[in-house]
Design a protein around this ligand. Structure first.
Ligand SMILES: [Zn+2]
Length: 303
């Protein structure tokens, strides 16, 4: 009998790094998290990722054959970061693949964290079994991914699915984190909702608390959340006209606001989607933060 294959999965985010050994069936062994030393430079981030992976690997006697990494930022085909949020100091230009492979002594593949998350959901989560899926991750930014028959469509430069950087038609212009103007992310990501609430009420409130207020009927909280969700829906309505997916998966921190955002997103899609694409299913993540580890490990195992 051949030895079962295990793969290391690592998820490098802006605030935490998570890692685990992943079995073929998606079971996680030795899951652990480390805070991301985001301001201390690329080597510190790599060291923390390796530490998380080593703790995962030490949790059992599994025969680990490869490592997959999902990371914030755009990842080129050589496993290097070509574009990233300023939150990770010095991350752009880092060849994550070579540095982690060299330290762990394992063949390593690297992909964008939202791409990894979508792939994890397509193999083991809410969109498993769907043919064409569009995933949108709404948190401190807005990312996205396209999957087809359980495989990622990463694009020529690893950027496919960047739905947060689609332009919308806002009442007042805003600059996006990417430096361009009026992209969805600048109006509908978590920080945008928080700043809208602050502008309306004068209160600096974090998104989970704005959600609690909205659930208690606070009209300002309801209006900023619904406005952001509606913009997400309108954008999705245009994207489904282009891609005609079977299903849209909502994930990321804002997905926890499903009870508040599902309806305005649905209505926004209906406003712009053509007959056919307007019937797209709308689902919410079932795997949460585990999805990126599972997806990164799945890519490494496929190679
Ligand atoms: Zn942008």
């Amino acid at each position: 009998m051949s030895q079962p294959a295990f793969t290391l999965g690592i998820d490098i985010g802006g605030t935490k790094i998570a890692a685990a050994v992943v079995a073929d069936d998606g079971a996680l062994v030795g899951y652990n998290e480390q805070p991301t030393p985001a301001s201390r430079g690329a080597q510190a981030i790599i060291d923390a990722a390796v530490r998380a992976a080593e703790i995962g690997r030490a949790a059992g006697t599994h025969h680990v054959t490869a490592c997959g990494v999902g990371t914030a930022g755009v990842v080129d085909t050589d496993g290097a970061i070509t574009h990233s949020t300023d939150a990770l100091t010095g991350w752009v230009g880092t060849n994550v693949r070579d540095r982690i492979a060299g330290t762990l002594g394992l063949p390593t593949t690297v992909l964008n964290d939202v791409h990894a998350c979508a792939l994890g959901e397509a193999r083991f989560g809410a969109i498993a079994g769907f043919r064409d899926a569009l995933t949108i991750a709404i948190g401190t930014g807005i990312g996205g991914a396209i999957t087809h028959k359980g495989q990622l469509v990463a694009g020529a430069t690893g950027t496919a699915g960047s739905i947060g950087h689609v332009a919308i038609d806002p009442p007042t212009p805003r600059r996006c984190t990417c430096g361009r103007w009026n992209h969805l992310e600048a109006f509908a990501a978590g920080p945008a909702i928080e700043s809208d609430y602050h502008r309306l009420t004068g209160e600096a409130t974090r998104l989970p608390d704005i959600a609690i207020k909205a659930r208690h009927g606070d009209s300002a909280a309801l209006s900023v959340i619904r406005a952001a969700a509606s913009l997400v829906g309108r954008t999705l309505g245009q994207v489904v006209n282009l891609l005609d997916p079977d299903v849209i998966l909502i994930t990321g921190g804002v997905a926890a606001l499903q009870d508040l955002i599902a309806e305005p997103i649905r209505r926004g899609i209906a406003d712009d989607a053509l007959p056919g694409p307007d019937r797209v299913q709308l689902l919410f993540s079932t795997l949460g933060p585990r999805a990126a580890i599972l997806g990164a490990a799945a890519v490494a195992r496929d190679r």
